[in-house]
Write a protein that binds this ligand. Structure first.
Ligand code: 8YV
Length: 330
């Protein structure tokens, strides 16, 4: 009936998600491939009580101001730097993210990207496709070893720990990490990782993998000064957010071989990629697909839908970031 709450699914998603939400809500399922612009998003959100978003749509105080009916913002991403949670809480708008369901898939990809980077897989394939393979040579695309090397993990949350396990158990790596807070000893032992400060991590890592959330504190955490601490043989892999690394400084370090290579799934200002990164050969570039296995993308969307249904039907959303907004007002 027309009294059911209206919700917007802001991205083209699995039809099952729309169907499931339709059991509870009037659903406006955006079907375009290009994301809604900020003004289009505001226009489509008029009268909506909830919205299902990804890690891209900017949800800030201005949008909330312009969409007074909004009660729930449910994201299918684990990273929520696109959402001003404090502004949502101030307006009693429930926010949820999608932790857990993408951990192993994203760790798989982080490991794959690190390995592709260390072993120069993309670079060598481009060369082969260009018809340049004429003979074997001892140093043909010789890279660095992953097994037995020192794995440096920046950010030791769920995904960082899943990468640490892969490195320690599967590849015999020595695992060091830096995080804003040190893990409890039992958790450190479970992933066979030792805590070091950031300069030390940069100095010792053969392969550095970045998996920190993007916050004002992590903006350009890795810039020219940090890259200068790394080994010239080291690789850097970023599956966090582009803004954690200063892409211009990284491109420069790659060009001058201050580090050996980089693997990047995320970029400052994506889908734009810094032009200098497109011209250096020693970088593997992928279009923000670390969580993109079909089962995982489905689980992410399902979790966001579950949160949305709960938030608007008086139940407890399983992965709310500000559950206090649902508490009865004192
Ligand atoms: C998403 C991500 O693909 O979960 C995250 O934080 O960056 C990716 O898994 C993207 O944000 C769409 O939700």
């Amino acid at each position: 009936s027309s009294t059911r709450p209206r919700v917007l699914v802001a991205r083209r998603l699995f039809p099952e998600i729309t169907e499931r939400l339709s059991a509870h809500f009037e659903v406006d399922a955006y079907a375009g491939v290009a994301p809604l612009s900020p003004s289009e998003l505001v226009a489509r959100l008029q009268g909506c009580a909830g919205v299902l978003v990804t890690g891209t749509e900017r949800i800030d105080a201005a949008l909330l101001e312009a969409c007074p009916a909004l009660r729930a913002v449910c994201s299918m991403a684990v990273g929520y730097n696109n959402i001003d949670v404090a502004a949502c809480t101030a307006r009693r708008v429930l926010v949820s993210n999608a932790p857990g369901v993408l951990t192993e898939t994203t760790a798989d990809f982080g490991f794959a990207l690190m390995m592709a980077t260390a072993r120069r897989i993309s670079e060598s394939e481009h060369w082969l496709r260009a018809g340049q393979w004429k003979q074997w040579s001892y140093d043909l695309f010789a890279g660095s070893d992953v097994h037995g090397a020192t794995l440096g993990i920046l950010g030791m949350g769920r995904i960082g720990q899943a990468i640490a396990r892969r490195g320690a158990l599967g590849f015999g790596m020595s695992v060091a990490y830096h995080n804003r807070s040190r893990l409890p000893p039992a958790d450190e032992a479970a992933v066979s990782a030792r805590y070091v400060d950031l300069p030390e991590l940069l100095r010792i890592a053969d392969h550095l993998v970045i998996v920190v959330p993007y916050t004002p504190q992590t903006h350009h955490l890795i810039g020219a000064a940090e890259l200068a601490l790394m080994k010239p043989t080291a690789t850097l892999t970023n599956i966090a957010r582009g803004g954690v690394v200063d892409d211009r400084a990284l491109a420069e370090a790659l060009k001058l071989r201050r580090i050996a290579a980089a693997g990047l799934d995320v970029f400052e200002g994506e889908p734009q990629v810094h032009p200098d990164l497109l011209t250096v050969p020693n970088v593997v570039l992928t279009p923000h697909i670390a969580s993109a296995s079909l089962p995982t993308r489905r689980a992410m969307a399902e979790l966001a839908a579950t949160n949305l249904v709960a938030a608007l039907t008086g139940a407890q959303p399983p992965t709310a970031l500000n559950p206090e907004v649902l508490a009865p007002a004192a």
